[in-house]
Design a protein around this ligand. Structure first.
Ligand code: UGY
Ligand code: MN
Length: 247
C-alpha cells in the first residue's frame, strides 16, 4: 500500500525512544528460511527495541520454515488464509487467527492464500518454579472485547492468557471515533503496534502524529503515549507488550 506524497516527504520518524514507520517507507529484507515472501522488519533491536516485529506477506506457495530457538513468537494473520505446522501438528488459519509459538519449536508456514502475517518475536525469559507456555492457537473473532478501564468505546481483546508463565502480551484495541486512551500512559513496558483499521492521532513522547491503517509504531520504555480515534470508522490496532517479569 503506497501512499501518494510529495517527493522527499515522509511521515516516518525514528528516535531513540519511539518510531513511526509507514508503508511508503518499507523496504523488504531477505530472511533465512522464508521464500516467495515479502518480509518487512518493522521493529528490531537495531532500533533500540528488545523484540522484533515483522510483517510477512506470503505469496501463493510462499513458505517459512525453521525453529524458534531461544525466542517465543506470536503470529497474527491480518489477512488471507494459511496453514501453520507447529511441532509437526498442522493448523489451518483464516484472517484473525493467531498462534503463540514457544521457544525451541519447529514451525512451517505454508499453503498460503494472500497471507499477511504480523509476527512478534522476543527472547523468552523463564520464571523459576513456573512451567513454560505451550503452543496456543486461536482466532480473535472468538475473544470477547472488554471495556478498557470502564470505557465502553475503547474495547480491549486479550489474545494470550494473562498468567505468569507468559512474558509477552498481545492485545487488540478497538476505538469508536472520538474515543481515546483514557490517560497519557508512561510505563516501563515496551510496545510494538500495527494499525489494523481506521485512523487517529498518536501522542508519542512529546510529539503528535497522524496515523492510519498499515502504520507500525515502536514505543520504548517510559515513552509517554496516548491515542484518539478520528474519522467516521472505528480505529483498531494490535500491540505487543512485555509483561510478568522483574525489571
Ligand atoms: O496495555 C497498554 O499499555 C495499552 N493501554 N497501551 C497503549 O495502547 N498504548
Ligand atoms: Mn501502553
Amino acid at each position: 500500500m503506497k501512499e501518494k506524497q510529495l517527493f522527499g516527504q515522509t511521515r516516518d520518524v525514528v528516535t531513540a525512544r519511539y518510531a513511526l514507520r509507514t508503508p511508503a517507507g518499507f523496504v523488504p529484507s531477505c530472511l533465512p528460511g522464508w521464500r516467495d515472501a515479502t518480509v518487512i522488519v518493522q521493529i528490531s533491536p537495531a532500533m533500540g527495541a528488545r523484540f522484533c516485529q515483522l510483517e510477512i506477506i506470503l505469496q501463493k506457495n510462499g513458505q517459512g520454515r525453521g525453529n524458534t530457538g531461544g525466542n517465543e513468537w506470536t503470529a497474527y494473520l491480518a489477512e488471507g488464509r494459511c496453514a501453520l505446522s507447529l511441532a509437526g501438528v498442522k493448523h489451518k488459519l483464516s484472517a484473525g487467527g493467531f498462534a503463540y509459538i514457544p521457544p525451541r519449536t519447529e514451525f512451517h508456514f505454508h499453503q498460503a492464500a494472500s497471507a499477511r502475517w504480523l509476527i512478534f518475536q522476543k527472547e523468552f525469559e523463564p520464571l523459576a518454579g513456573c512451567e513454560s507456555p505451550e503452543v496456543l492457537v486461536g482466532n480473535a473473532a472468538s475473544v470477547p472485547g472488554q471495556p478498557f478501564l470502564g470505557h465502553k468505546d475503547a474495547r480491549l481483546q486479550v489474545l494470550l492468557p494473562d498468567d505468569p508463565r507468559f512474558d509477552m502480551a498481545v492485545n487488540i484495541f478497538t476505538y469508536q471515533p472520538g474515543a481515546t486512551l483514557p490517560f497519557v500512559e508512561t510505563h516501563v513496558m515496551e510496545h510494538g503496534l500495527l494499525m489494523l483499521a481506521g485512523q487517529g492521532v498518536y501522542r508519542l513522547d512529546a510529539d503528535w502524529h497522524l496515523v492510519r491503517a498499515g502504520d507500525a509504531i515502536w514505543m520504548g520504555p517510559y515513552c509517554p503515549q496516548w491515542f484518539v480515534a478520528m474519522g467516521s470508522e472505528p480505529a483498531r490496532y494490535i500491540y505487543y507488550k512485555n509483561v510478568n517479569r522483574a525489571p
